[in-house]
Design a binder for this molecule. Structure first.
Ligand code: C2E
Ligand code: CA
Ligand code: CA
Length: 531
C-alpha cells in the first residue's frame, strides 16, 4: 500500500478518535457543570429562606418588646408580669421576657426576681436597634443557652436554633452570622472551622470538600453548605441525559470521518488528486518505417507515476478516467509533457512525429484540438508533427467525430483509427470517416505465422487499408518474422518490443538519434503513395 493511503488511514483514525472523544468529554463536562449549577441554585434558595426566617424572628421579638415598652405599666406589677407572659405566648420563638432597672433584672415573665442578675454585655446591635447578646445562661429559668434581645427596659430570650429553624435537606448545613462574623445560629454544622475556609464575600461555589452559598441581607449572612458527594445523584441524572447525546454526536462524527476517508481512499479520488498533482508522465514507443527501419517518431503512452515512484499502466486507470471525466485533463497533461519532453527535438527534426491517443470525449467534443494547437504554436512545433489516434469508442457519435477529425486533418494533423479490427469496424463505416491511417491491433499481429482462422483477417485488414488509401501501422510486433511478414504485405509502419519498448523521454531521444545516424531521416511529410 502506498504512503498516501497510510497517511489517509492514520489521519482518519486520529480524527475518529478525537471526534469521538471530544463530544463525549464535552457532554461529561457539561453534565458536571449543570449538576453543580443546579445544586448551587438550591443552596441559594435555602440561604435566602433562612434569612427570611431569621429576619422574622428578630422582627417578632422586637414587636413584642415594643408593645410592652409602650404599655407603660407599673414596673413588675401583676399586669406587667402578665403582659410579659402574654408576649412569650403570642410569640412562639420568645422563651422568656425580662424587665431591667439600673442594669439589674427586676422581674420576668415568670414572676419577680431576686434582683441580683445583671444585664449581660452586648455582643452587637441590630440595624433595628436591638442589643443582642448571643449566648447567655438564663439567670432565672436556668435552661439552655439563650440569645438575648434587649430593647429599652426589656429583653426577650430566644433559643438560638429559632433563628435558623428551616427544614434542610439531608446533608446540608446552615450557619447564620452577624455582620461581625459572629455565629448567631447553626443547623447540622459539624464543625464551625469549615466556615473560615470559605471566601468572605457573598457568592456560591465549590471548595475541595463542599458546595456552598453565602447570602447577606440587612446585616445577616446565611451560609449553606453541602458535601460534594451529595451532588453525585444529580450528576448521574445529567449524565444519563447528556451522555447519550454525546455518544450520538460521536457516532455521527466517526461516521463522517469514515465516509470521508473512504471517499478519500476511493480510486476516483486518488485519480482526482493525481490529476491535481500532475502525476502523469509519458513514455514514448518508437514507430518504425518497416521498409527502411527509420524511426519516424513515437506513440505517446501515458503513465501514472505515484508519489512513491511506482508507475501505473494506462489500462489500470484510463477506463476509470473516462468514466469520471478525468481523462480530458489527463490528455492535456500528456500534450504538455510531450512539448516539455520533446519540444526542442521536434523543432530541430521536422521529420519526427508524435502520436497522441485521444479518448472518446476528446473526439466527440474536439476541445482538445484548440488546446493542442495553442501549445504547439507556442513551442514552434508543426501541426503535421502530431498524429492523433482515436479508437472506435470515439465514433459512437459519428457526426461529432467526423467534424472533429475533419478539423484535425484540415489543421494538418494525421488521424489514425486505433485498435482497428477489435470492434465492429466495417468497411462502409470507415469509408465515411476522414482518416489517414489505420493501426492494426496487436491481436492480429500475434496471429502471424500461426495459421489460425484470424490470421487471414490480418491480411484483410492490410488490404482494406490499402483500398481506403490509408497508411497502416502495425502494433505489438515482437518477432522478426512478424515484421518481415508485414513488410512483405506492404504495411508502412510498425511498433513493438522488437524495435523498442516504450521509453522515458531521454532514452527515446537517444534511441532516435542512434536510429537516425544508422538509417537516416524520414521525409518531413509522410504520405501514402497509393492515394
Ligand atoms: P494502445 O494505444 O493500443 O497502445 C499500445 C499498447 O501496447 C501500449 O500499452 C504499449 O506499451 C503496448 N505494446 C507496444 N508494443 C508491444 C509489444 O511488442 N508487446 C506487447 N505485449 N505490448 C506492446 P500501454 O502503454 O499500456 O497502453 C495501453 C493502452 O492505454 C493504449 O493502447 C491506449 O489505448 C491507452 N493509452 C495509453 N496512453 C494513453 C493516453 O495518453 N491517452 C489515452 N486516452 N489513452 C492512452
Ligand atoms: Ca494507440
Ligand atoms: Ca492499439
Amino acid at each position: 500500500m502506498q504512503v498516501r493511503r497510510w497517511r489517509v488511514i492514520a489521519m482518519g483514525i486520529f480524527l475518529a478518535i478525537v471526534g469521538a472523544a471530544l463530544p463525549i468529554a464535552a457532554m461529561a463536562w457539561t453534565s458536571w457543570r449543570v449538576a453543580i449549577q443546579k445544586e448551587l441554585y438550591i443552596l441559594d434558595l435555602v440561604a435566602e429562606r433562612s434569612l427570611v426566617r431569621a429576619g422574622n424572628t428578630f422582627r417578632e421579638a422586637k414587636g413584642a418588646l415594643e408593645a410592652i415598652e409602650a404599655a407603660h405599666l407599673p414596673a413588675c406589677s401583676d399586669q406587667h408580669i402578665a403582659q410579659m407572659r402574654i408576649g412569650t405566648i403570642n410569640v412562639p420563638s420568645i422563651a422568656e421576657i425580662g424587665y431591667f432597672e439600673n442594669g439589674f433584672i427586676k422581674c420576668t415573665s415568670w414572676g419577680r426576681a431576686a434582683g441580683n442578675v445583671a444585664k449581660s454585655h452586648v455582643d452587637y446591635v441590630t440595624p433595628e436597634g436591638l442589643e443582642v447578646t448571643l449566648r447567655i445562661q438564663p439567670g432565672i429559668s436556668h435552661g439552655d443557652q439563650m440569645t438575648s434581645l434587649h430593647l429599652g427596659h426589656h429583653n426577650a430570650l430566644v433559643a438560638p436554633s429559632r433563628f435558623a429553624d428551616i427544614v434542610l435537606r439531608d446533608r446540608m448545613s446552615l450557619a447564620l452570622l452577624n455582620d461581625k462574623g459572629q455565629i448567631i445560629s447553626t443547623q447540622n454544622l459539624p464543625d464551625a472551622g469549615v466556615l473560615s475556609t470559605l471566601p468572605a464575600k457573598d457568592g456560591r461555589g465549590m471548595t475541595d470538600t463542599s458546595l456552598y452559598s453565602v447570602v447577606t441581607e440587612d446585616g445577616l449572612t446565611a451560609i449553606v453548605l453541602e458535601p460534594r458527594e451529595a451532588m453525585r445523584t444529580k450528576l448521574v441524572r445529567e449524565l444519563t441525559v447528556l451522555l447519550p447525546i454525546g455518544a450520538f454526536i460521536a457516532l455521527f462524527i466517526v461516521g463522517i470521518v469514515i465516509w470521508m476517508s473512504r471517499k478519500r481512499l476511493s480510486p476516483e479520488t486518488e485519480l482526482e488528486i493525481a490529476v491535481r498533482n500532475r502525476e502523469f508522465i509519458v513514455h514514448y514507443q518508437p514507430i518504425i518505417e518497416l521498409k527502411t527501419n527509420i524511426c519516424v517518431g513515437a506513440e505517446a503512452l501515458v503513465r501514472w507515476r505515484r508519489p512513491d515512484g511506482t508507475l501505473v499502466r494506462p489500462d489500470r486507470f484510463i477506463p476509470l478516467a473516462e468514466e469520471t471525466g478525468l481523462i480530458e485533463p489527463i490528455t492535456d497533461q500528456v500534450v504538455e509533457a510531450i512539448i516539455a519532453d520533446l519540444g526542442p527535438m521536434l523543432v530541430r527534426d521536422r521529420s519526427s512525429h508524435i502520436a497522441i491517443n485521444l479518448c472518446a470525449e476528446d473526439v466527440k467534443s474536439g476541445r482538445i484540438l484548440d488546446f493542442i494547437d495553442l501549445r504547439l504554436a507556442r513551442a514552434g512545433i508543426r501541426k503535421e508533427q502530431i498524429w492523433l489516434e482515436a479508437t472506435e469508442r470515439g465514433f459512437i457519435d459519428i457526426d461529432a467525430a467526423r467534424i472533429t477529425l475533419d478539423r484535425a486533418r484540415k489543421a494538418g494533423h494525421s488521424v489514425a483509427i486505433d485498435d482497428f479490427g477489435t470492434g465492429y469496424s466495417s468497411l462502409q463505416y470507415l469509408q465515411g470517416l476522414p482518416l489517414d491511417a489505420l493501426k492494426i491491433d496487436k491481436s492480429f499481429v500475434d496471429t502471424i505465422g500461426r495459421n489460425t482462422a484470424t490470421s487471414t483477417v490480418t491480411l484483410h485488414i492490410i488490404e482494406m487499408a490499402r483500398e481506403l488509401g490509408l497508411f497502416s501501422v502495425a502494433e505489438g510486433i515482437e518477432k522478426e518474422e512478424q515484421a518481415a511478414y508485414l513488410r512483405e504485405h506492404g504495411v508502412d509502419f510498425g511498433q513493438g518490443w522488437l524495435f523498442s519498448r516504450p521509453l522515458p523521454a531521454e532514452e527515446f531521444i537517444v534511441f532516435h538519434r542512434q536510429n537516425k545516424s544508422r538509417y537516416g531521416s524520414a521525409p518531413e511529410v509522410i504520405q501514402v503513395a497509393s492515394v
